[in-house]
Write a protein that binds this ligand. Structure first.
Ligand SMILES: NC(=O)c1ccc[n+]([C@@H]2O[C@H](COP(=O)([O-])OP(=O)(O)OC[C@H]3O[C@@H](n4cnc5c(N)ncnc54)[C@H](OP(=O)(O)O)[C@@H]3O)[C@@H](O)[C@H]2O)c1
Length: 240
């Protein structure tokens, strides 16, 4: 199968790329990003194609041609809440919402395989009802809610599309010292409770790859679903 990973150099996107290269069912991986993806030296990179865009809103014909015939896409592009204060809100909305629509349309116009699976990353706690405005980062959360609802509408507008909304909690990883410290603390707390929803980056990536390859279990996957599916997928691949 042919898989497109959008936002391929990001925290989650880069791990999805790494794992996708190890999965035999995936024969072609398109890493769509604004810069080249670096893969580890011993990684089986022959099925990887880097496709560079200047902006996630713009898909020239030569880019679209490389996106054609995809079975699935995993969309990770967003300005995350921690970075949102560095940008005007209009730009945050453009990247999170307008670019999702532009990218989806470009892939659909390029002619995907049918069924075409579109896995969209959101976050646990995003209200499904946009009239429900959370106290914390209300405008941002309502905008992400509208974006989720836009994606949920894709199958009705674009026949043959199946969608999955992944709603992880905190993505735990050890890519920096501060993140490694947080990961250490959360893994400790997780031995007793997972009251703070969190998922390991490798579990999360395995879970969404499983949905993209084998089909969508349900329209929205909460953090607990992602942990369960990710652990099952990693176990099946001999990692746990
Ligand atoms: N990290 C978490 O703890 C967490 C928790 C819950 C939900 N999520 C959700 O999971 C998804 C992926 O998260 P992540 O942590 O992997 O995010 P990330 O690394 O910060 O960003 C993901 C991608 O978005 C693109 N992007 C970021 N800022 C941009 C900007 N200003 N203009 C254009 N493109 C921009 C980048 O594309 P390039 O590759 O081209 O640079 C990047 O690869 C997001 O939807 C996020 O909200 C994350």
């Amino acid at each position: 199968m042919k898989l497109i990973v959008v936002g391929a150099t990001g925290l989650v996107g880069s791990e999805i790329i790494r794992q996708s290269l190890e999965i035999d069912d995936i024969t072609e991986v398109i890493a769509l990003a604004r810069k080249f993806v670096q893969v580890e030296k011993n990684s089986p990179s022959s099925k990887l194609t880097n496709v560079i865009v200047r902006d996630y809103a713009e898909y020239p014909e030569d880019v679209k041609a490389k996106l054609s015939g995809a079975d699935a896409c995993i969309w990770t592009v967003a300005i995350t809440p921690f970075r949102a204060s560095n940008f005007p809100f209009a730009e945050v909305k453009r990247v999170c919402q307008d670019c999702t629509l532009a990218g989806f349309k470009a892939i659909y116009e390029a002619g995907p395989k049918i069924p075409f699976r579109f896995v969209y990353f959101s976050a646990e706690g995003t209200p499904r009802d946009p009239s429900h405005r959370p106290m914390f980062m209300g405008d941002y959360q309502v905008m992400r809610s509208h974006t989720e609802n836009m994606v949920i509408g894709f199958p009705g507008q674009y026949p043959g599309t199946q969608i999955c909304i992944a709603q992880p909690g905190v993505v735990i990883n050890s890519t920096t010292w501060s993140r490694a410290t947080l990961a250490f603390l959360l893994r400790g707390v997780n031995l007793f409770t997972r009251k703070i929803p969190n998922v390991d980056r490798s579990e999360l990536s395995a879970a969404v790859l499983h949905q993209a390859v084998h089909g969508v279990e349900r329209e929205t996957l909460l953090n607990a679903d992602l942990v369960r599916l990710g652990q099952l997928a990693l176990k099946a691949r001999g990692y746990l």
